[in-house]
Design a binder for this molecule. Structure first.
Ligand code: ATP
Ligand code: MG
Length: 716
């Protein structure tokens, strides 16, 4: 290295330097995980500013998360000092577009102080429109419409742009009608949703030359990280802005494209070279993040995908540990084992900040939260709400709070009309008025109005039914365990039925969460003890200063790295997800495999894959088989172990009944049978010879299985 190099160039390899120094013209950096794409992009930004090619305010830099933008800003600060003040246009697509749109809002009929709706608001608006139109919301759920509208917006389509097929997609051709109504409604509300931030800007840039030219002149350089996950409207927006100067640098990895469900199009990578002819394409092949074992495992896995550009990766790091594959009995044991491993790290004085648990689906976090709260393991759930903070789990605990404390007005208010009981806002307002006037609780007011004519008859009988329900639940309290009571309340309140009627994906996830509730409550003797526990879990949320392990979805972990990575729930049906398997085609399975690649490549030193023999999904114990992805990792990079916390005979019965647990891999992917190597044989052999571990002292898996027996588990 040249000692006269500015700090931001020091330590960069050849192609990285090229990416930094080729400032003019289009540049596409295509490279695998951990090869320093983000590092090079950051150095490029520093270089542009340090060499005065542009002011910080003349650079448009897009990152995938707000956190990534913050980190990039800090790193540049360390490289070049104060010169990096501001960087107003460094952020996510959404944050940058929101900022732009505030300046030009009037061009699309909004005021600059428009509000940005969240998903709940969005749904409420759509529901109102659907109802006003006299459409059956059960048949044509608002969520379905919301999903379509998002999809259209991701593709950069306004209502006028829809084609016949799009129009047909909702309520027999009413999709376009509702889309247009919805957009008009948002305008009167002076609001826009997430998709609008981009779509409105796209429309403005397309229809107002002066605005377009202003930004084309302003942005001397454009930089984009995680380019493989841009959707069509983001791509069109970038292309418009870059069209004049063409100083655009995009970095990405086709193998890490994991957002096609949100409209991301890997094809944008191929389009880039077409739209920007003569682009410099830079490939990075040296990985600086992971040990060779981890890298080899990840590379072999992703090599199973057919739809990829293909690349080689190498590293100079020491070999390191093999990828561990750990078989456990069930979800709670998985959480217990990972908890123990984290305690080991603590004993070695390794900061918990360096560890992460990556899950495929949000519902998987519940077991960890439960366990970690119990053993006092500091953790945070990144992205997504904590289990007990989610709207639907809060609804359920609100019911239980009212059972416990009839005077809990906040809780009562929350659920008085959830699920919908046809109580209008006016009735609820009158009820609060009475409660305030009489200085009684809302529950008491609800009982009180039954004998008055303060409210319409319908509202009175609805309230009478609800208070009657609560009385009945309160009476059952002594006969039932808290978890049985919760089950009863969720059922009888109509809450479960409400979610079942909702055909959206979110509703399925919520239902899954609710099914976990009784299980999580099993260990509490009284309702009060449980409710106390919940409030503590929520309070623990605020202590963020200490070192803590991060629990996050793989999607949220993109671009990040951790020394120790625990990959939980690698079972068919969880990962790959049941949906991807049901869809049958290779496309969704390949996306799951890319997700697996992203997951493994987050690890610097150690990656541990967990799979459980039994998992409770949709409230039902299912015997599960290891993820097909495990079999795709070559045995020489894997170290298998099984530790079933009891119930080994069940496990064996289970497995022998199924035969080879990887048989499905052979069945569905004939070409992949080759990958079932010695490690797998070893794992199978171990599984039946392993000496039975002592039964766990806590409520063990066998006990939970016993609670909800399944015929195929009840053998032995
Ligand atoms: P991903 O595909 O996961 O987003 P990436 O290609 O963006 O990965 P980075 O996060 O930029 O990779 O870098 C991975 C790790 O390698 C980081 O810890 C980074 O500091 C380090 N690194 C990058 N380039 C070099 C280099 N030339 N020398 C030493 N370390 C480097
Ligand atoms: Mg990166």
């Amino acid at each position: 290295p040249d000692p006269s190099d500015p700090p931001y160039l020091r330590g960069l390899n050849g192609p990285q330097r090229q990416a930094v120094l080729t400032t003019e013209g289009p540049v596409l950096m295509l490279a695998g995980a951990g090869t320093g794409k983000t590092a090079a992009l950051t150095a490029r930004l520093a270089h542009i500013i340090a060499t005065r090619r542009a002011w910080p305010s003349e650079i448009l830099a897009v990152t995938f998360t707000n956190k990534a933008a913050r980190e990039m800003r800090e790193r540049i600060g360390r490289m070049i000092g104060d010169a990096v003040e501001g960087m107003p246009w460094l952020g996510t697509f959404h944050s940058i577009c929101a900022k732009m749109l505030r300046r030009h809002a009037e061009l699309v009929g909004l005021q600059s102080n428009f509000t940005i709706l969240d998903t709940d608001d969005q749904l409420r608006v759509l529901k109102q429109l659907i109802q006003a139109d006299g459409l059956d919301e059960k048949r044509w759920p608002a969520r379905q419409l919301a999903g379509l509208i998002d999809k259209w917006k991701n593709r950069g389509l306004t209502p006028a742009d829809l084609d016949a097929a799009d129009r047909e997609a909702y309520a027999d051709g009413k999709g376009q009608h509702f889309y247009a109504l919805y957009q008009a409604r948002l305008k009167t509300l002076n609001a826009c949703d997430f998709g609008d931030l981009l779509l409105h800007m796209l429309v403005i840039l397309k229809t107002h030359r002066d605005v377009l030219e202003h930004y084309q002149q302003r942005f001397k350089y454009i930089l984009v990280d995680e380019y493989q996950d841009t959707n069509a409207s983001q791509y069109l927006w970038l292309r418009l802005l870059a069209q004049a100067r063409k100083n655009i640098c995009c970095v990405g990895d086709d193998d890490q494209s994991i957002y096609s469900w949100r409209g991301a199009e890997v094809a944008n990578i191929l389009r880039f070279e077409k739209d920007f002819p003569g682009a410099t394409v830079i490939r990075l092949e040296q990985n600086y993040r992971s040990t060779p074992q981890i890298l080899a495992a990840a590379s072999a896995l992703i090599a199973q995908n057919s739809d990829r550009l293909g690349k080689t990766l190498w590293t100079e790091l020491d070999a390191g540990d093999k990828v561990r594959v750990v078989g456990v009995w069930d979800g709670p044991e998985e959480a217990r084992r990972i908890g123990e491993e984290l305690e080991d790290l603590q004993r070695q004085n390794i900061s918990l900040d360096r560890a992460a648990i990556l899950v495929r689906a949000q519902f998987q976090t519940a077991d960890f939260e439960e366990r970690f709260t119990r053993i006092g393991m500091p953790y945070r759930i990144h992205g997504g709400r904590r289990f007990w903070d989610r709207a639907h789990t809060r609804d359920v605990t609100a019911y239980l709070r009212v059972v416990d404390q009839p005077a809990d007005d906040l809780a009562f208010e929350r659920i008085v009309n959830t699920p919908k009981r046809g109580l209008g806002d006016k009735s609820v307002a009158t009820l609060s008025q009475i409660a305030r006037g009489q200085r009684i609780s809302l529950s008491s007011a609800a009982t009180f109005v039954a004998n008055t004519d303060e409210l319409p008859q319908r509202a009175r009988s609805t309230l009478a039914r609800l208070t009657g329900d609560f009385e009945r639940w309160r009476e059952k309290r002594d006969q039932l365990s808290p978890s049985e009571l919760a089950e009863l309340v969720m059922e009888e309140s109509g809450y479960i039925a409400m979610l079942k009627a909702d055909r959206s994906i979110e509703a399925a996830g919520r239902l899954e969460d609710l099914q976990q509730i009784p299980r999580l409550m099993e260990e509490y003797e009284t309702l009060e003890a449980f409710l106390e526990h919940i409030s503590l879990v929520t309070a623990a949320d605020q202590e963020a200063t200490q070192e803590q392990v991060t629990i996050m979805t793989i999607h949220a972990a993109k671009g990040l790295e951790f020394d120790h990575v625990f990959l939980a729930g690698w079972e068919d049906g969880v990962f790959p997800s049941q949906r991807a398997m049901d869809e049958g085609g290779t496309a969704s399975l390949e996306e799951e495999r890319r997700l697996a690649y992203v997951a493994i490549t987050r690890a610097r030193q150690r990656a541990s894959i967990y799979h459980a023999a039994n998992r409770r999904i949709y409230g039902q114990w299912m015997s599960s088989i290891p993820s097909r992805f495990i079999a795709e990792i070559p045995p020489e990079h894997v170290e298998s172990e099984n530790s079933f916390g009891g119930g080994q005979s069940l496990w064996r019965a289970n497995w022998s009944a199924q035969g080879d647990p990887f048989a499905h891999v052979a069945e569905r992917n004939p070409a992949r049978t080759m990958t079932r190597g010695p490690a797998w044989q070893r794992a199978v052999a171990q599984s039946s010879t392993i000496t039975r571990a002592p039964a766990p002292s806590e409520k063990g898996p066998a006990a939970s299985v016993g609670a909800k027996p399944r015929s195929d588990l009840a053998i032995g």
